[in-house]
Ligand binder design. Structure first.
Ligand code: ADP
Length: 324
């Protein structure tokens, strides 16, 4: 392998730049050429490439987003699109690539590898932490810190006015952000997709909370929470059944994906980037770099995208005790 491509694809996440930097610098260190592929698979199909050396990634470790840009690309889902992408890689002399993204990007990479036999290694970059084979994805820790910081601010105004806030956080299928940030921010209740807590329990808990003299309440709700109600419907439900509360809603949205990466994510991305390039040079392919018990490990990408991440039951128990 003489030339390695690096690409960010799908939803962006803080720390992707730190991962790009690590891949580029490791290539420079090991004297392999490195090429940045812009705008995800769209840029691969358009041949939007740029040679990168150690100096191309100066001052990006602290920046959110991705300097390579990202995209969702429908054309890559077609055989013709992937053929174009392959022809461009060939023409540019790119022998292998590191893909930084979520399970959609990994799925695309696997299909591409099966068709064209080009070695690929994945780095999990997503705030959702919904990838099997790593206890943490790049961007998750930063998103948690962002959400906790924002909820702290909401709490200030909630308690000044004795209000109840429903705060919606990202997580259509998984509740890792809601559960962790909810515990970290001291939420009264946490509604996630994995467990149905029941609306009755929510009302009971809010009643108890009021009776015990709490001046404000925060309920963290994942987008896909199992009650099947969104934050606005939850507000209506509580107002109807528990009129003692003055209820407000805050939908955090895309701010959760931005901002400078936390130190944890920078270090994680750096370690993963080094391992990804090393793995390619060792002749490995179709693997994802992950972290488990603070060790950097490799897992087949097919397992990473098919295996389900489990919600932390112990943390659910902690959250229940903390809301007494
Ligand atoms: P993420 O990587 O964050 O999960 P997406 O699910 O949007 O994001 O996937 C990113 C891109 O990966 C898609 O826009 C598409 O180009 C490519 N991709 C995803 N699934 C497939 C697939 N089954 N076949 C080919 N390409 C795919």
């Amino acid at each position: 392998i003489k030339k390695i491509g690096v690409i960010t694809s799908g939803g962006d996440a803080p720390g992707m730049n730190a991962a790009i930097r690590a891949v580029v610098r490791t290539c420079a260190y090991l004297k392999v050429e490195c090429v940045g592929i812009y705008r995800g698979y769209e840029g691969m199909i358009d041949g939007d490439f740029k040679a990168m050396d150690a100096r191309s990634v100066n001052n990006i470790i602290n920046k959110g987003g991705t300097i390579l840009k990202s995209a969702r690309c429908a054309e890559f889902r077609t055989k013709e699109g992937r053929q174009k992408a392959y022809d461009n890689l060939k023409a540019a002399g790119i022998d292998a690539f590191v893909v930084i993204g979520g399970d959609g990007s990994f799925n695309g990479a696997l299909i591409f590898n099966k068709e064209f036999d080009i070695p690929i290694i994945g780095i999990p970059g997503t705030i959702d932490n919904d990838i099997f084979g790593t206890s943490s994805t790049v961007g998750f820790d930063t998103a948690l810190n962002t959400v906790v910081e924002v909820i702290d601010k909401i709490r200030d105004t909630a308690s000044s006015h004795n209000r109840l806030f429903f705060v919606e956080v990202m997580g259509r299928d998984v509740g890792h952000i809601a559960l962790n940030a909810g515990v970290g921010a001291g939420a009264e209740e946490i509604l996630i997709p994995e467990e149905n807590l029941g609306l009755e329990r929510l009302l009971e808990s809010l009643k108890r909370s009021k009776a015990s003299g709490k001046s404000s309440s925060i309920v963290v709700v994942a987008e896909g929470d199992k009650t099947g109600r969104n934050v606005f419907e939850l507000k209506e439900y509580v107002e109807e059944h528990l009129p003692i509360y003055d209820v407000r809603v805050s939908v955090l949205g895309h701010l959760q994906r931005g901002g400078p990466p936390s130190c944890f994510d920078r270090v994680l991305a750096s370690r993963m980037g080094v391992r990804a390039v090393e793995a390619l040079l060792e002749g490995k392919t179709n693997l994802m770099v992950g972290i488990q018990d603070n060790n950097i490990i490799l897992t087949p990408i097919s397992k990473a995208i098919k295996g389900h991440t489990k919600i932390d039951k112990e943390l659910i128990r902690v959250s229940e005790i903390m809301t007494t």
